[in-house]
Design a protein around this ligand. Sequence first.
Ligand code: ARG
Length: 402
Amino acid sequence: MSKEKIAIAYSGGLDTSVMIKWLKDKYEGADIVAVTGNLGQTKEIENLESKAIKTGASSFHFVDLRKQFVEEYIWRALKAGALYEDVYPLATALGRPLLAKALVDVAVEEGCTMLAHGCTGKGNDQVRFEVTFASLAPHLKVLAPLREWEFTSREAEIAYALEHNIPVSATKKSPYSIDENIWGISIECGVLEDPMVPPPDDAFQITVSPEKAPDQPTVVDIEFIEGVPVSLDGKEMTGLDLIVRLNELGAKNGVGRLDMVENRVVGIKSREIYEAPAATILHFAHRELERLTLEKSVFQYKKNISQDYANIIYNGTWFSPMRSALDAFVNETQKPVTGLVRIKLYKGSMSLLGRNSPNSLYNEELATYTEADTFNHKAAAGFIHIYGLGVKTFNQVNKNNG
Ligand code: ARG
C-alpha cells in the first residue's frame, strides 16, 4: 500500500497536535503536511513550525490570509449587512471557507491524498470545512479524527500526548473554547453553557467591561467608499489596519461584547459570547450611511438579503452560485454608499453623532418645518385619496361583517 500524504488544518492546540500522531498511527507512517492560516489571530502562533515538526509533521506551511480575508470575505459580509440571527458578525464562520481553501491549495501543490480537520461532530465548523473541501477538491478524501477517535475527554488527550512526547501547552488550560480572528473572537463552554449565567470577566479576551472603560468617550470618524471603509479619523488605511485599530478603540471602551443563544446548522441551540468591536462598529456605521444614501425600496429590500447572506456564511455554502448572485445585487446597491459617519464610543455603548455623503438623499428643503419648506402640502390630499382608496372601499363593503 502506498503511503498516504495528509494535509491537516493545524492550529497548534491540543486537538490538532494529537491528531498528527493519531493519523500517523492510523495510516501507517503517513506524511503529515501541517497548514496554519493567519487570519489575524494573536494566540498560539509562536513556534508553530518547530512544534508541528516535533509532533511528527513532515512539513509546515504558514499562510498569511489576512489581506484576502479582509478584502474578499469581510468586506463582502459588511456590504451585505450579514449578521447571523441579527447579532453575530460571523467571524469564525467567515474564516472557515478561506482556511479550507488554503488547505486545499497546499494539498494540491504538495500532492496530498487526504485532508483532515480538527472539528467536532456537533459543531458548524465541520460543515463549513467539508462543504468547501467537496466544492473545491472532491477528489481528496476527508478525515475528521475528532468524530472517530477514542478520546472522550481533554485529560485522555493530554495523557496520550504525554505518552507520545507531543509538546502541548496544557499548563495554561482555559475553561473556554476560543476561536479568534481579526473580525472577532468566539467563546463558549465552561460556565457559559448555562444561558442564565452572565459571562465572567475572564471569558473576555480583549474588551474591558463597560464599568471599567474610560470616563472620556472616544469619537471616531469612519469614511466609506461604495460601502467599504477606507479611512479612520481622516487617515487613509488598509482594511487590515483599520480593523485592527477599531478593535483597539472599541475594546478599550467596552464596545463589541455580544451574548447569544444561536441555532446551529446541526439543529441544536448553543450559547456563545463574542467580542467583535470593529465588526460591531462598522456594521452600525455602514447601516447608518445606507439610511442616508439608499433609495427607500432598496434599503428595505436589502434587509432580506442581509439575512440570506448571513445564513449562507453561517451554513457553510460560501462557494455557491447563490452567494455570487447575492454579491452582484449587494455591489449594485453599494454604489452610492460613500460618505462619513461619526460615532461615539462610551462605556460599552455606541452612538451616532452624525453622517454625511455626496450622495445623501436627505433634502433639507423637503424635510424642514420652517419657511424654507418646498414640499407641496396640497398635493398630499390627492395622494392620500387615491392611495387609501383600496382599503376604504374594502372597509365600506365589509363594515357589517365584523
Ligand atoms: N458559534 C460560532 C460559529 O458557529 C463559533 C464557533 C466556534 N466557537 C468556539 N468557541 N470555538 O460560527
